[in-house]
Design a protein around this ligand. Sequence first.
Ligand code: ADP
Ligand code: MG
Length: 549
Amino acid sequence: METTTHEFQAETKKLLNIVINSLYTERDIFVRELISNAADALEKFRHESITKTDVFDGHVPLEITIDVDEKKQTLTITDTGIGMTRDELEHNLGTIAHSGSNTFLSELVEAARKDISLIGQFGVGFYSAFMAGKEVRVQSRSWDGSEGHEWVSDGSGSFTITEMKGLHRGTKIIIALKDDAKEYAQKWKIESIIKQYSAFVSFPIKLEGEVVNTVQALWTRNRSEITEEEYTDFYKFIGNATTEAMYRLHFSADAPLAINALLFVPQENFEVLGFGRVEPGVNLYCQRILIDQHSENILPEWLRFLKGVVDSEDLPLNISRQALQDNALVAKLRKVITKRFLKYLDEEAKKDEEKYRKFWSTFGLYLKEGVTSDYEYQKELGKLLRFESSKSEDGKPVGLADYVLRMNPDQEEIYYINGPSRAAIEAGPYVEMFRKKDIEILYTLEPIDDFVLSHLAEFDGKKLVSADRADLSLVKDEEDARENEVGDDGDSLDKEGIDALLQWMKEELDAVVTDVVVSKRLVDAPAMIVNPDGFMTSSMERILAASRK
Ligand code: ADP
Ligand code: MG
């Protein structure tokens, strides 16, 4: 029978090189990757078979079979999933499917350099088989019933594809183990890896004929019956995580929509660890059947750091990924779940502010992104924001609700001022009058903060106002006004002197300021620069100016 030989795509060669040479210490994950591919293939088949009648080998049970052979030193993983046609074998196992694979590769190399255990987050995928295999054979037959084929490679530079008769639907992967990877031909070794990484695969995994996982959808079980350990194991499984989660929300609802959701906040923000933008981590199920993995639709983009599962019986099972995007029911689900999650965060913050502060320092940026990009949740998000302030301890930011509680009886607005640090702000002129009148002022220390607060515009009915606005009127009562008025002590200039000074300053500063006026706000500083239109704060202007360069 005809055999064709194919070169791996250049990126794939690079990836193979990394996989074979530098991921040595994390070898166990190749078993997880192959089982996860088998489970994906089974999920895909199950989803297709619901809507289509003519599926090949429709009677074959959906399962994963693993066999080891210590004598021959092989490990074989078989699934009865969707299978691959000849073209799919060539394409899926010869190129890297990830978009922008070059960035992916450089990020992978970078992460591997930093901390090898983080590599699991990447899902190196099928090619990880070459961590332990000197040769890998993939025998596959598609659910469309076309003839089966065998793909063979030693991972060096090329692979071959040959037609193969008599295969059942699905995929069999036979790994001839390297001499130093013999342990993967031992049953106990494979069993322990499955227990560690794949216990929650929703199809039976049979190791040497015996089912070794508990096939159950944890999220549909009663909360009171689930142990902490089960939750943690499940989180590690779906989040590819090595630690337990920071927060967990498990909730069910019957009306207006039937929802089972189990959401986790990780300990770490992988976007700042040099991993680039993270994929959404929540999967969408309908009656325990996966319909949208890493769903872009079930939560807003700024909640992409969450891991977990959403299951709703109300969704049509045969909905396509395309249709999910503008499905009204999905939009409704998204709203309900998002609001529930934000409420949960607020409750957690009230219970343990210190823990919430850790969350805020790790994931606050995402919530800020939410405020600037999603009008729908501003009210809920407003409660979750935290900023340093003139009345907060260093490093212990406060919420807007706390600020409102401390407001002076006659104070109507919430004030903030941007600066690079607490010290820089406190040394500046903007806060003088606030200090004098004992009015709390928020310190927005990140460049994006002023955008966030100007998008939010108000909190609890109170306007958010930047302290660098020219029209800021802190001095209300007559007495204060007089006290700060120029000319009320012997050293001050008279009216003419003031006019002459202003005139001179306007001429000198003509190119950089729009006006020079007398201020009632200053206490010790001789002058300050304020923002004439109040539309953008100076920090916002700096960001825009930088982005135009
Ligand atoms: P990923 O799973 O992230 O897509 P992988 O490298 O693990 O990346 O797999 C690449 C592709 O190969 C998969 O997307 C899938 O199309 C195909 N594939 C791998 N294993 C199987 C399998 N057991 N059955 C069917 N298709 C598979
Ligand atoms: Mg995979």
